[in-house]
Design a protein around this ligand. Structure first.
Ligand code: ZN
Length: 248
């Protein structure tokens, strides 16, 4: 089985689904990533005191290096960098086609991406919307493509960023349909997130001790709420079709 995770910024897919992706990889499935923006402008505090163009190029290269290391920890087969500008990320028809082409290339059975109504960062819902449009293009008519159309079996959205603020912005908070036990892969996720040394959150650098605390507080929270040590949650785009209702 092939799994494609589509993230707005380089760290997103690791932050929001790193344990789940590592679970897939450890069971022999093909894990692919598409990182839509280079993420340099999201961390513009690093741009000060330098010629901005030079600084942006340096940060793009650095983030790519960090992302490569994180991908290795998770067991990713290939990471495709689309390198569009972030913050603000403004989608175009060309971007839909580029991402749609990658979908046809990878032929994923499962796609994991941002929910078009979540609000962890203003670029996230825009990338979620772009991903859905690209999936539709990959399935139906993709301008200029010589690859065969590829329908996606299942789409899941990252579930852990659906916050109360989403309701204030006009969308109801969507509850997760799936809880993934990421206890067995938590060390891999820790190393992957710690690879992003250029990032910071609320003034704290992404170093190992901070990452361990972050995992205890976020993945530990979702784990605790579901009777597990660590968990990641996901929202399914479509209902699961079964002949009997599952009891677990
Ligand atoms: Zn992000």
């Amino acid at each position: 089985m092939n799994i494609l995770a589509i993230g707005a910024h380089p760290a997103d897919v690791f932050d929001l689904s790193g344990g789940t992706l590592a679970n897939f990889a450890s069971q022999g499935h093909g894990v692919y990533l598409s990182i839509v923006t280079h993420g340099a402008y999201s961390h513009s505090q690093l741009l000060t005191k330098k010629d901005q163009k030079q600084a942006v190029a340096e940060i793009i290269a650095l983030k790519r290096k960090e992302c490569e290391e994180a991908s290795r920890h998770i067991g990713v087969k290939e990471t495709r960098y689309l390198e569009f500008d972030d913050e603000p990320f403004i989608p175009s028809r060309k971007m839909v086609l580029v991402l749609g082409e990658y979908v046809r290339e990878v032929c994923p059975d499962i796609v994991i991406t941002h929910h078009p109504k979540e609000y962890g960062h203003p670029d996230h819902p825009v990338v979620g919307e772009l991903a859905l449009r690209s999936l539709k293009a990959a399935e139906r008519w993709l301008e200029g493509s010589s690859r065969v159309p590829h329908p996606i079996k299942r789409v899941y959205f990252f579930g852990t960023q659906f916050r109360g603020i989403c309701a204030k912005l006009g969308s109801g908070v969507v509850a997760a349909d799936f809880v993934v036990d990421v206890g067995p892969s938590i060390e891999k996720k820790k190393k992957a997130i710690a690879a992003f040394q250029s990032q910071s959150f609320q003034g704290a650098q992404y170093e190992e001790r901070w990452v361990a605390e972050r995992l205890d507080r976020i993945e530990g929270h979702f784990g605790f709420m579901n009777g597990l040590k660590y968990a990641e949650e996901f929202i399914s785009l479509t209902p699961q079709i079964v002949s009997l209702l599952p009891c677990n």
